[in-house]
Design a protein around this ligand. Structure first.
Ligand SMILES: [Zn+2]
Length: 475
């Protein structure tokens, strides 16, 4: 076939290509490309065109070859440069190397940070497992709430995209124990005494943040939200119901309710039942308002404080009975109730002479229950002046027996306040309201400890009759 090859005039190595049907077009193109790569000039000749086919003859000069070579080179470089950006997808990857910490009972929110590849992804946990309560959605978000049994876990995540690419990564999640309040109860506080207590929590991640979500602390006490410390000197004597909450940076939250009783500075015991206690009636005349107490005495008189203690103790007892009735507020005055009036009322209470009228100066005094801390020597009393809407309580001098005895004055004042709100006497010398005709006298209140004597349960029942649960002050 190549026998009648025409003479070739160039010095170049020459490849003669047959355009005959015996070489395929593809083979010719390959040969041509091979020549071009080698910088060989190519002469296309056909010695033997097939019958009826026009021979195509073209000679590529050395110049044309160089242009073509550059063209291919530029194309190839463009392929290298542009190809990966436009045609190749961004490689699939898991971006997260550290996952957020979790906590039992706190909502968790993490993300694998999957990028690249061809979504949608198929996500599987290959080795290990997620903490109990957590799951992964097909975007790579890890959500849920770690359950009570959740622990620190390591696991290998495999992400496969829809083109079949896949990537795996080993990850771990730290799980903190559930946040909880461990304080069981709050110790009782005492009015006027320094108080300190610290709320304690367990689990979760520090720092904790504390708050009171319902109720209020007794006035005088403060709460530190960073340390959970309650501190101060309480000035009110009631039992306070409070709900504390602790939170942590992982979203942990715990709440617990407490009562914080504030005992009066003086012991104020609950009513005690007693067998065979004889009660000698009562005044049976309830207040239709919360009576204001006017306290008349010399500044510095120790009985001023005893009166406040007695009022607080009465209000604590009234609150426990359940009635809304209270005594007080207490208004202090240096205005003096005349001694001759007090002595005359005291004598009349013992059946020694008529009861004097209420002096004009006392009528004009502010308040409903006037407690006169006298320096006179008479038997202490409580006298009702119904037409004036007042009760006058006269207290014997604390310089005179038996008020010189320890613990006696405060109980005498509390006893007379009992009469002022409607109670009578009983015959049990271990009770606050013991009195005539029983033989007990105030010296029975003597005690080494500061304590008010208790009521009887019968007296509590009498108070509830006088001031029932639905008692409301008259407007
Ligand atoms: Zn009495």
């Amino acid at each position: 076939m190549m026998a009648k090859r025409p003479p070739l005039s160039t010095v170049d190595k020459v490849l003669a290509l047959s355009a005959s049907s015996q070489l395929s077009d593809l083979a010719r193109l390959r040969a041509l490309a091979s020549c071009l790569r080698s910088g060989i000039g190519v002469r296309l000749v056909s010695t033997n065109p097939p019958p009826g086919q026009t021979m195509k003859k073209r000679i590529l000069s050395r110049h044309h070859t160089a242009i073509l070579a550059r063209f291919f080179l530029v194309g190839f470089l463009l392929f290298l440069w542009v190809g990966p950006i436009s045609a190749q997808p961004i490689p699939l990857s898991i971006g997260a190397s550290v996952l957020p910490e979790g906590e039992i009972n706190a909502a968790y929110n993490g993300d694998l940070g999957i990028s690249g590849g061809v979504p949608p992804y198929t996500i599987r946990v290959l080795k290990g497992s997620l903490p109990a309560g957590l799951g992964i959605d097909n975007t790579g978000a890890i959500i849920g709430t770690p359950g009570p049994l959740a622990r620190n876990t390591s696991f290998t995540i495999n992400v496969t995209d829809s083109s079949g690419s896949f990537v795996s990564k080993k990850l771990k999640i730290k799980i903190y124990k559930a946040l909880g309040i461990t304080t069981a109860s709050l110790k009782a506080s005492k009015q006027g005494k320094k108080y300190g207590a610290v709320m304690k929590a367990t689990g979760g991640k520090k720092p904790y943040h504390w708050s009171i979500v319902s109720g209020e602390l007794p006035s005088g006490l403060a709460f530190d939200s960073a340390t959970g410390k309650i501190a101060g000197i309480p000035t009110e004597t009631v039992s306070f119901d409070l709900s504390f909450q602790v939170t942590d940076p992982l979203g942990g939250k715990a709440q617990k309710s407490f009562s914080l009783p504030v005992a009066p500075a003086v012991e104020c015991p609950r009513a005690e039942p007693g067998s065979d206690i004889v009660h000698f009636g009562s005044f049976r005349q309830p207040w239709d308002k919360i009576p204001v107490i006017t306290l008349s005495g010399e500044p510095g008189d120790p009985r001023i404080n005893f009166t406040f203690e007695a009022v607080d103790c009465w209000n604590l007892r009234l609150a426990e009975i359940g009635t809304p009735f209270r005594v007080g507020p207490v208004v202090y005055t240096t205005e003096i109730v005349p001694l001759d009036f007090l002595a005359a009322v005291s004598a009349s209470a013992l059946g020694e002479g008529p009861r004097p009228d209420l002096p004009e100066s006392v009528q004009k005094m502010e308040g409903d229950i006037i407690v006169a801390l006298s320096d006179g020597d008479f038997v202490s009393f409580s006298a009702r002046y119904l037409s004036h809407g007042k009760v006058v309580i006269g207290i014997r001098s604390e310089q005179v027996f038996p008020l010189t005895l320890r613990n006696v004055p405060r109980n005498v004042i509390a006893h007379e306040l009992g009469h002022a709100i409607g109670l009578g006497h009983n015959d049990d010398s271990t009770r606050l309201m013991c009195g005539r005709p029983a033989p007990c006298r105030p010296d029975a209140f003597e005690s080494k400890t500061a304590r008010l004597f208790p009521l009887t349960v019968e007296e509590e029942a009498t108070l509830l009759e006088l001031y029932p649960l639905d008692w409301t002050p008259n407007p």
